[in-house]
Design a protein around this ligand. Structure first.
Ligand code: PMV
Length: 354
């Protein structure tokens, strides 16, 4: 089909890994399988206006360029362009039609800018969904399954964890023997029925440090290349995913808490034991962890934490504990956040076309 102009808008979520992805080989192939909760409130909304180039603007095969302009929260952002240009270069092989269009990309995040919440997962999956909408118009009538799979495949080429930001509430990325249909190339929905205790699970993100990331994830993943504990870690992560798969089905929440916290600390342990080494937690990260442990013990609660590659803390808890835990967060944990900032979130169901 010939399409001169088309505009698509997608809202795609951020996600938080329960079993972490840390270490990859080229091109964007994970060293172990990972699984994440898809978030609901933390998302990116991206609109892409596609306009077909005139014949005179179509460049020869040899010097093909992807032509786009990028606006972030209303302002032209040339500093974000190289990363997106690199992404388009990687996806072009699978979406050759992007050479035929000029693109105007408008993007905004629901969470505060530079809050230390990774925006690459939601940002890149949103662009991938817009590309798939164009592809769907061009070839008319692709199946939803194909669209989601390919969007996740494309998003992965930009940022590995973005492959887990197309669907929800639980997504596995990486080939794993116990997860049917799983692949290193794209994320798949967790294929089993999840116990009701994990339904509508809550995640409050405590913004401990909103500064620039000390280690980019590219540098971070590379640190696993000559890491003395890497091979054991990859085996452990895959074992943990197998265990977590059972836990999610049987509702053993104590085992969930134990495994999820251990995964978070292991991710940070890998960074502390690599060379160069990094400590990404801040004093307040540790204060919060200790508070969470005391609260859990004193209140017979199932609250737990997980961490990304930074100082912020994700506080995870079942829906049933929402009221009590929110009181605890507001009266105690908020004191350890920068400007007392935190974001209430819960598991969500993936990308939405607006
Ligand atoms: O998607 P990347 O390349 O930015 O890597 C993200 C890795 C972690 O967020 C630290 C862990 C994960 O599995 O999401």
């Amino acid at each position: 089909k010939n399409i001169e102009k088309a505009t698509f808008t997608w809202q795609t979520p951020s996600n938080i890994a329960l079993v972490k992805y840390w270490g990859k080989s080229n091109p964007q192939i994970p060293k172990n399988a990972s699984i994440s909760f898809t978030l609901d409130n933390c998302h990116t909304i991206t609109t892409i206006e596609f306009e077909r180039k005139r014949n005179s603007e179509l460049v020869s095969e040899s010097d093909k360029l992807v032509d786009f302009n990028l606006f972030f929260e209303g302002k032209q952002k040339d500093e974000f362009k190289p990363k997106i240009a690199e992404f388009f270069k990687r996806v072009a092989e699978y979406c050759p039609y992007i050479f035929e269009y000029k693109m105007i990309i408008n993007s905004e995040n629901s969470f505060p800018h530079s809050s230390g919440i990774a925006s690459s997962a939601s940002g890149l999956s949103a662009i991938a969904m817009c590309l798939m909408s164009l592809e769907n118009e061009l070839s008319s009538g692709l199946s939803l399954e194909y669209i989601n799979k390919k969007a996740s495949f494309l998003a992965r080429l930009g940022s590995g964890s973005a492959s887990r930001s197309v669907e929800g509430p639980l997504v596995v990325w990486g080939n794993h023997p116990e997860i049917e249909g799983s692949s290193d190339l794209f994320g798949v929905k967790f294929p089993h029925k999840v116990h009701s205790v994990f339904e509508n699970y809550q995640d409050t993100i405590l913004l401990v440090d909103k500064g620039e990331k000390q280690v980019s994830s590219t540098v971070g993943h590379n640190l696993m290349t000559d890491h003395p504990y890497a091979e054991n870690r990859f085996v452990q992560a895959n074992d943990n995913l197998g265990k977590l798969s059972e836990i999610l089905q049987n509702g053993d929440i104590k085992a969930f808490v134990n495994l999820v916290e251990s995964e978070a600390l292991t991710l940070h342990a890998m960074m502390m034991t690599s060379n160069p080494y990094f400590i990404l937690m801040k004093p307040n990260t540790l204060e919060i962890i200790n508070k969470i442990w005391s609260y859990r013990e004193e209140n017979n609660s199932n609250i737990c934490f997980t961490l990304d590659a930074g100082a912020n803390v994700h506080v995870l808890y079942p829906f049933l504990e929402k009221e009590a835990v929110n009181c605890f967060i507001e009266s105690e944990l908020a004191n350890y956040c920068q400007k007392k900032q935190y974001i209430y979130d819960s598991v969500g169901f993936g990308s939405k076309q607006l």
